[in-house]
Design a protein around this ligand. Sequence first.
Ligand code: SF4
Length: 499
Amino acid sequence: MSTPVTAAMLYNLVACPHRVTMDLSADSAQRDEPNPFVELLWERGQLYEREVIAGLQTPFTDLSRYAADEKERLTLEAMQRGDPLIYAGRIQSDRMLGDPDLLRKEGSGYIAGDIKSGAGEEGPEDNLKPKIHYAVQLGLYTDILERKELSAGRRAFVWDVRGDEVPYDFQASYRKRDPRTLWEDYQEALHQADAIIKGREVTLPAYSAVCKLCHWYSACVKRLKELGDLTMIPELGRSKRDVMYATVHSVTAFAAADPAKFIAGKRTVFPGIGPDTLHKFHDRARLLIVADARPFVRTPIQLPDYDRELFFDIEVDPMRDICYLHGFVERRARDNATEEFVFTFADDITPEAERKAFADAWSCIRERRPCVIYYYSKYERTIYRKLQEKYSDVCSAEEVEELFDPAHAIDLYNDVVKKSTEWPTWDFSVKTLAKYLGFSWRDTHPSGAASIEWFHRWIETGDPAIRQRVLDYNEDDCRATRVLRDALDSLPVLPGGSA
Ligand code: SF4
């Protein structure tokens, strides 16, 4: 039998179709070592599933100790008997293979469910939506049940990390102004996976944030460079690369072209890309290929003038839903010799410890005001709003909004770097830009994902060396933000771009 479409394949496809190609056909010798954070996620998922199953109050059929054909046979027998709940079964039909965590009898058929150690939906609280990478997996199970005439309908469920059952209705559309249903999303993913397996669709690597956690990272970066792929241009991305690809293949070709030839009136020949965006990408392409290209500022930057500056960065464990570290590098009178790292740390994972770290951080900021606060991306503000809701005795919602007032709190990424600057780099992360500017982290593998894994190991072991590694990493992130802030002062202003 040829390779079946699996739920894991669809999950990966949603993040990157090329991942499916690589998993199916790349030389395994090219795989990077497994990322410790990805392994941690997997372990936590397994652990959570075991906890949920151990705590089940209702009787269920447990097929977890069986494998392959025997598991599939026993699953079918259990459904034919009408067992109310089946754990760890296997179902298969028409070159589709599914291992749903749960199959639950409803009426005359079954619906499938998965146990997830994450939230069952995503988005703001007042506009929660299904997670597409969960939906495609559940869609596959539902499709198999339907083809075997064992389905109770096009719906499924997730038992999520909060202990909630989150329904997935495949007939519903959940996008504004787009009537497409979740079932259509699933089918699109299924057809693409099938086309990749059968060689009808050839995929290309595309540089994106997910690459850094992927085991094909080194192989794909090498290939991207060989191809001169357009996704090396910051923010261009897979979908824009795909619409440009028939006309322009590489960064070098794009940089050498006159962008005017792709523009007609208020449009470009590339659907979804306007003339201004095309010019911006063209400038970025030139920065990537011109020897000794230097970063520049498109519009003059005005930053608040305060004697005291705080460079601020927090660390959060999203799996435990805890903000465990608030770090600040404080500087006076723009003199680096005055720099001092101050932090508050939750010494365990209880709400009391999280509240204390937040309250101490709040006091720390208040004691240092008036000052300007620099942070990188909206994450700090989002988490402070959330912490305020959780611990409303620490401060009011109005005080949090006032703290992040742009008059004295600067989101260096969204309000400055993204809006007004250009860099000869593949992305605008603080890691990439500070490294470009010559800053180096003390840790050899610094990343937000890695720090979550370190925090987890510190919780497990209490090893003070691991705690210090987390603190050093956070301090270096704060200093990197300072290095970037200072570099902005010396960038040339080129309103018309680098050309
Ligand atoms: S490294 Fe990136 S492009 Fe390559 S397979 Fe992984 S996610 Fe896809």
